[in-house]
Design a protein around this ligand. Sequence first.
Ligand SMILES: Nc1ncnc2c1ncn2[C@@H]1O[C@H](COP(=O)(O)OP(=O)(O)OP(=O)(O)O)[C@@H](O)[C@H]1O
Ligand SMILES: [Mg+2]
Length: 288
Amino acid sequence: MQMLRGFRALLAAPDAVPSGTGFPALSVRGVSKRYQTGADALTETSIDVAEGEFVSLVGPSGCGKSTLLGMIAGLLAPDTGAIELDGERVTGPGGGRAMVFQDAALMPWLSVRHNVEYGLRAQRVARGERRDRAMDALAMVHLEHVADRHPHELSGGMRQRVAIARALVLRPRVLLMDEPFSALDAQTRTVLHEELQRIYLETRPAVVFVTHNLMEAAFLADTVYLLSSGPGRIVKRYTVDVDRPREERDPRLTEIRNDMLERMRDEAHAKAAETGRPPLAATSAAAG
Ligand SMILES: Nc1ncnc2c1ncn2[C@@H]1O[C@H](COP(=O)(O)OP(=O)(O)OP(=O)(O)O)[C@@H](O)[C@H]1O
Ligand SMILES: [Mg+2]
């Protein structure tokens, strides 16, 4: 219930704040998080995300990626450190951030258009403008033709595109995406990579994108942060110096992906040697 309230608050995020303040759009400084259960999720993590920069976060399962995203969204409070957006400390949801989750989490009783409009309703945007903005956002993901359908009438890929439209309609300053494509087949995923690349080039929000798929991480991002196994900390930062629009088979992307994979495998094997347990199969999922 608390999560749902947080989710609604996120959707109700007000419009983008003015840009060009000279700060990095988003600054995460020395942030750690331990849950009340005692689970250590994240240690002393710092990242800067510039205006319009696309950042991917990758790392083994349980290393704290969703926790970090939840803190940036303002749904969770860090134990140490601080998160700032345009120099203002993040203390709760709102303020130009919008989230796309792994499962689209659409409201089944609302039409596609009303799902997309939902956050604008909470912002008390007038009906005509709501409708126009929702239709524009749906056009961006090529789904105007299903505006009157309900979520159960859509494919999984279409539902994720509606979830992206629902975030875009808020014109977010920072778009947060937690494994948005992980439930999709490889072919749909490739189509959505191209689509997200195009939307990003058209709208240029800052993006923090969490994924297990290393190729996806490199293909989409300007910068990729690789986190260690939990409690996570950043072990390497990659600058993806490839012009857009990109092609997935670009050799530089493959090189970056291979380096990340190698590091994750080395860490998994070192951990296995330390604990006596076999390495997680997670690194094979990451190979994508
Ligand atoms: N609400 C919670 N209460 C207690 N512990 C939690 C909670 N959410 C996450 N954790 C723990 O915090 C650690 C980090 O979890 P988190 O979900 O952030 O990892 P992740 O990197 O997103 O993993 P995955 O790749 O599997 O999604 C894990 O040990 C997890 O068990
Ligand atoms: Mg996660």
